[in-house]
Design a protein around this ligand. Structure first.
Ligand code: MV4
Length: 446
């Protein structure tokens, strides 16, 4: 096992990783920007190294500074958390070449899944269901029109180097295709430095259901069930839950099996997530793989009792998974609300000083956060300040528990999304489990 790990991140996920390290008896090194010198991740780590000015580009994305900090402190491994360098295959490769263990998949697995066309090809080979569409990059408009007519409108054009909803164009008619195709390619080139796009049948108002995967360096891969992440706004998830209320044990086993095959196809050996779309006929389709730990991993931890970060660190150290698929049992229901420092109905960032702070508690309530009374939320970084997670026996009980916990949560001095969450959790369709990715847009219209 590692003796010392450097955490190349900040905020709640840096704390989450430090906590897992402490329980494993591993020393921790925090890195921080000058703006973060008062941050809890700096206080809770055993050592800390300043890596640059406030701007992320010059600090948390500064590969040279981070590698130097690891060498200076003799850290054997780097945990990237999520965001920043977590899905940067070049960074993973630099770590590999410097003899530092990157706590995540190999740079090769990351590259294969990071390129959405090669990921789709891997799924075709493994017979993981995908939506009808192209096998290779679409080179010109005529080819695009031919394919779209064959699969039928609406279609969606996606950037091969995109992901997470970036670089997509929905097209409803042949007339709209030439323009959409040219724009998609130009935007892909400008945004990702790669103009390649592919085309899929567009699935209307699906659920976003993702499967948590755990792999090790001995070829073992298991899944930890699913999360329903359909409550999103502009590809930012706001509420996640596990289990998904419409999955039968059989469908869960089928999706889990497909996800394990997907991960095995790229020799995946860490924690990761396979994203699927689930349509109204309960058909599921592979979308993409996230090759990192995700913000919403706690809901899976609550229903399985498995510490995903601990398992991810153990796998990176070369240890075998401690769980077989048959050891994984889903118990009860968990929900996570992302609390952002934002105007709750306009979603504009709202940094500033927290003048009063009180966290909820009690049975089945978990708060993963890094803020405290009198803390100043900084304008330079993500607006996520806290994740409120509840666990209860049933979905209905979990909703009631979340509403109770949201009522207890006091954050003064800045605006947060707490009032927004109270409204969703009181919404009839949400309570009845009628969720899909169009939920929020419809709710605003009401
Ligand atoms: C789709 C889709 C429907 N059909 N692909 C968005 C994020 C990325 N992981 C894949 N995404 C989607 N891909 C096909 N063929 C729907 C989504 C999607 C979505 C689209 C528009 C608005 C909100 C959305 C939320 C989740 C997924």
């Amino acid at each position: 096992m590692f003796h010392k790990i450097l955490i190349a991140n900040r905020g709640e996920i840096a704390l989450r990783i430090i906590r897992a390290c402490k329980e494993l008896g591993i020393k921790t090194v925090a890195v921080y920007s000058t703006a973060d010198s008062n941050s809890l991740h700096v206080k809770l780590a055993d050592e800390s190294v300043c890596i640059g000015p406030p701007s992320s580009l010059q600090s948390y994305l500064n590969i040279n500074a981070i590698i130097s900090a690891a060498e200076l402190t003799d850290a054997e491994a780097i945990h990237p958390g999520y965001g920043f360098l977590a899905e940067n295959a070049a960074f993973a490769e630099i770590c590999e070449n410097c003899g530092i263990t990157f706590i995540g998949p190999s740079s090769e697995s990351m590259r294969l899944m990071g390129d959405k066309i090669s990921a789709r090809q891997a799924m075709i080979k493994e017979k993981v269901p995908i939506l009808p569409g192209t096998e290779d990059a679409v080179q010109d408009v005529n080819e695009a029109i031919k394919i779209a007519k064959k699969i039928g409108f609406p279609v969606i054009i996606k950037a091969s180097a995109g992901g997470g909803g970036r670089g997509m164009k929905i097209v409803h008619s042949p007339a709209a295709l030439p323009n959409a195709f040219a724009t998609a390619r130009a935007e892909a080139q400008a945004g990702f430095g790669n103009p390649e796009v592919y085309i899929e049948k567009y699935c209307q108002q699906p659920r976003h259901v993702e499967i948590q995967i755990l792999g090790d360096k001995h070829g073992n891969v298991i899944h930890l069930g699913e999360r329903d992440c359909s409550i999103q706004r502009r590809h930012q998830k706001l509420i996640e839950e596990s289990p998904c209320s419409v999955l039968t044990p059989q469908l869960r086993a089928e999706m889990g099996d497909a996800a394990v095959r997907a991960a095995k196809s790229v020799n995946y050996n860490s924690a990761g997530t396979i994203e699927f779309l689930l349509d109204s006929d309960d058909k599921f389709y592979f979308m993409e793989m996230n090759t990192r730990i995700q913000v919403e991993h706690p809901v899976t931890e609550m229903v399985t009792g498995i510490d995903i970060i601990r398992e991810q660190i153990r796998s990176a150290a070369g240890l075998k998974l401690r769980y077989k698929q048959s050891d994984v049992k889903i118990r009860g229901h968990a929900i996570e609300c992302r609390i952002n420092a934002e105007d709750p109905f306009k979603f504009t960032p709202c940094p500033g000083k927290i003048t009063s702070y009180h966290t909820p508690g009690g049975l089945g309530v978990r708060v993963d956060s890094f803020v405290y009374d009198q803390y100043t939320v900084l304008p330079y970084y993500d607006s996520l300040i806290s994740k409120l997670i509840v666990h209860a026996d049933t979905r209905e009980d979990a909703i009631r528990r979340m509403l109770r916990a949201l009522d207890e949560y006091i954050i003064e001095g800045i605006k947060t999304t707490i009032p927004f969450h109270k409204r969703i959790l009181s919404n009839k369709d949400f309570i009845e489990g009628h969720l899909d990715t169009g939920f929020l847009e419809r709710m605003v219209l009401e």
